[in-house]
Each structure stands twice: as C-alpha cells, then as structure tokens.
Design a protein around this ligand. Structure first.
Ligand SMILES: Nc1ncnc2c1ncn2[C@@H]1O[C@H](COP(=O)(O)O)[C@@H](OP(=O)(O)O)[C@H]1O
Ligand SMILES: [Mg+2]
Ligand SMILES: [Mg+2]
Ligand SMILES: [Mg+2]
Length: 412
C-alpha cells in the first residue's frame, strides 16, 4: 500500500467500514486489512475541528446577544430577577430549577445547544451524529414556556441567517426542541460522541462574569479535540494585576486536536497563536485557579494545599472551563477542584478543557493521580477531586494534595 492511496479499511474496534486517506495526520489508530495485517495509522480530526470551532463561535455570538437582552424587551428586570434568584439558591445548579427566572436561564443554555447541534449536523452531514449534552427540552415544553421558546427560536434563526452560510428554511419551534433533544446520547467507549456544555459557568454568565461554550469530541472513549469559546475572557493574561474593569479586548477561542497542540485566537477571528502552559518549576511562584462558587469546590482544602506548596499569590477565582483555557496559555500554574462529598462530575464540564490543557503541555488527574476517564458515560468516576498543572509541578502538587486530604480526614 502506498502513502497516497485511498482504501476501505475496518477499524479493529468498530464494525463500520471507513474510507480514509493514509496521508491523514495525528492520532494513531490500529486498522486491519482483509489479510488481517495490522496497520498503525494516524487519524485526523481537521474537518470535525473546523465544524466545532464554527459551532462554538456562533453559539458564543448568540450567548452575547442573549446577554445584551434580546431575549426579552424587559430584560433588565429579568437580569435583576435572575441574579437574586440564583444567589438565593447558591448551592444548586441554576438550570435545574424550573421557576420563571430559571426557565430563562435554561432557555438560554438550550438555545446555545440547539445552535451547536444545527451547525455540527450541517457541517458534517455524512457522519453519524451522537451528542452528550447538558440541557434538554423538558422545561421548554411546559405550557408556560411558549413565549420563551418562541423567542429562542427567533434568536437561533437570526444567528443562522446572520452567519449567511446556510440556506435553510426558518427553523420551527419543534425543530429547535428536536435539536436540543439530540443531546441525549449516553456516550461511552465505542464510536464517536460529541460532548457539549452549551453554557458552562451559568452563574458566571448570569453575573456577567466568565463562562464558556465547551465542545469536545470523544473517539473510542478518548477526547480527540476540544474547543472552548470564552466570550468574556480578555486576550491578555488575567494573572497578576488583572483588572476586570480595564479596556482589554475580550473574547477568546481555544482549540486543540490530539497530537497537534493548543491554539488561541480572538472570537473576532484574529490569527491563531500556539499556547503553552507555564514552565514554572518553583511552586512558590505558582498562582492557582479555583471555582468562583464556594459550593463547587472546597476553598479551605485548596488553600491548605497552596500553603504546603508555599504559594504566595492569592487564589484566582473564576467560573467555568475558562480556567482550563487560561491555564493553557500560562496565566496561572495550577487548577484545583474539590467538590463536596456526593457530587458527581459530568464529562461536559471537563472534556474540552482537558484536551485544551494537555495539548498545551499540561497534565490533569484526579486527587489520587489517575487520569480522567471519559469513556464511562456522562459521569466521570473520580477519586475526590481534579487537579491540573504542568509536568514539573505535578509530583509536588500530588504530594501536597495527599497530605492535606489525610489531615482533613483525621480532623473529622
Ligand atoms: N455542588 C457542585 N459541586 C461541583 N460542581 C458543581 C456543583 N454544582 C454545579 N456544579 C458544576 O460546576 C460547573 C461550573 O464550574 P465552575 O465551578 O468551575 O464554575 C457547573 O456547570 P454549569 O454552569 O454548566 O451548570 C456545574 O455543572
Ligand atoms: Mg448546569
Ligand atoms: Mg458546566
Ligand atoms: Mg452548562
């Protein structure tokens, strides 16, 4: 077989024939020919990455429009309503509460989910489509949600029209509900599955702080590409003297394909730059990220770990997978996340962030040092928490985590 030819081969782990070019790049996958000769070839996900970038960028545009109040004429009032409501339920995920204010929040996330589904299906018409996503249409199918559903449908249609690349008839409310519900796949270790968090960091989004549209692709249980659209993240570093109110240009798109590194560009479409995690080896110089929300991670535990490492800088607390993006370009050195007992992490909260940071040279594990396993369905099976840093700092961080966890359990 020569390097240029196209041939139908069967991946060992899949029953479907696959037409592919031997000139393809990155991930190594094993294939067998009819003579059961095993070949190791490199898979490329360029087409899927381009589709994912487009979907996440358009969803980011839609979310920014939603935040500029086009969901309702009385949006200012709604925003105040939402903020007080979210704060009064500080330990619950906002989109799971189906009162009026929450319907607007879940409607916004569902709106982003519908648009991402639409773009992926249009851009990749010949590929089977499986999506594991956070939202569903239950709240929007209630009688009281008709207005919200109509406004959402209008916004999805407006965004599609403004992009100009799809000549499709206007989507109906039923089309939008169906698009939202195509995110019901369970994922797993066989085949390909898209993984989507249409608005990650809902509380940050409502506050006007950080949030992300996070989209990843799993192939045979492994994350092979990831895109993080971060509409409120400054293009400049947020470490050190980060001033939220300054006039820095905001809106970053991070993307990574397995074996091909991580890149960042402006959501406005500037040329991409390759990014790398920090090279810091001395933990005293490290700064660390954690959730803004106290209910999402034990801040006392991370501060005890930081103390053991000699970290001097105060924690940088921001919402969502923006933390992974910021880490991938070296804004900070460590991300620690220790949810309270009983909380189960979902794959859509980490899949895109995980590849963005690892392709930038970072390393991610649970608190016991095990890699994250995205092949088990929608939940991650974890030992206690998630830690992320560079290769050099990881052994020291793991040791400090172990000691602090031991101290915590002996003090109970
Ligand atoms: N009690 C809890 N502990 C840990 N994570 C939680 C949580 N409640 C909600 N979350 C998750 O934390 C995500 C936000 O991450 P962060 O804490 O890094 O800002 C939420 O994503 P959504 O906003 O998409 O629901 C949600 O899935
Ligand atoms: Mg949620
Ligand atoms: Mg999330
Ligand atoms: Mg979400």
């Amino acid at each position: 077989m020569t390097g240029n030819c196209l041939k139908i081969l069967t991946p060992i782990s899949s029953s479907k024939p696959l037409l592919f070019s031997l000139l393809s790049k990155p991930t190594k996958t094993q294939f067998k020919t009819s003579s059961s000769f095993v070949l190791s070839v490199k898979m490329s996900y360029h087409k899927e990455l381009a589709a994912a970038k487009k979907a996440a960028s358009l969803a980011a545009q839609l979310c920014q429009a939603l935040n500029s109040c086009s969901l309702s004429p009385s949006c200012k009032v709604q925003k105040v309503l939402l903020q007080s409501d979210v704060q009064s339920k500080s330990d619950k995920s906002p989109v799971t509460v189906a009162d009026y204010g929450m319907l607007v929040v879940s409607g916004r996330a569902a709106c982003s989910q519908a648009l991402v589904t639409f773009v992926l299906e249009r851009e990749l018409p010949s590929e089977p489509f499986s999506l594991v996503a956070e939202e569903d249409s239950t709240d929007l199918r209630n009688d009281g949600a008709t207005d919200t559903l109509e406004r959402i449908t209008k916004l999805v249609n407006e965004t599609i029209t403004s992009d100009g690349s799809y000549s499709v008839p206007t989507l109906s409310t039923e089309d939008v509900l169906k698009a939202i519900d195509s995110g019901k796949s369970e994922g797993g270790s066989a085949g390909r599955h898209w993984v989507l968090d249409p608005i990650d960091g809902t509380k940050g989004f409502v506050r006007g702080d950080q949030y992300a549209i996070a989209l990843a692709l799993l192939d045979e249980g492994k994350v092979v590409l990831g895109v993080l659209a971060c509409p409120n993240l400054p293009l400049a570093s947020i470490c050190g003297d980060y001033d939220k109110s300054s006039n820095n240009e905001v809106g970053c798109l991070f993307y990574a394909e397995i074996g091909a590194g991580t890149y960042m560009q402006s959501l406005n479409g500037s040329s991409p730059v390759k990014v790398q995690v920090t090279a810091i080896e001395n933990s005293e110089e490290a700064s660390f990220f954690e959730s803004y929300e106290k209910a999402h991670s034990q801040h006392d535990l991370s501060s005890s770990i930081a103390k053991k490492l000699g970290v001097k800088a105060p924690p940088v607390r921001i919402d969502s997978q923006v933390k992974y993006g910021a880490l991938s370009r070296g804004d900070g050195a460590i991300y620690m996340r220790f949810p309270r007992e009983g909380y189960r992490e979902k794959i859509w909260d980490h899949a895109a962030g995980c590849i963005v940071v690892t392709e930038a040279g970072g390393i991610i594990s649970d608190a016991a040092g095990n890699p994250l396993d995205f092949s088990k369905g929608k939940y991650l099976d974890l030992n206690v928490g998630i830690i992320v840093t560079n290769q050099k700092l990881m052994p020291k961080l793991l040791k400090a985590v172990k000691e602090s966890l031991e101290e915590q359990s002996s003090s109970l």
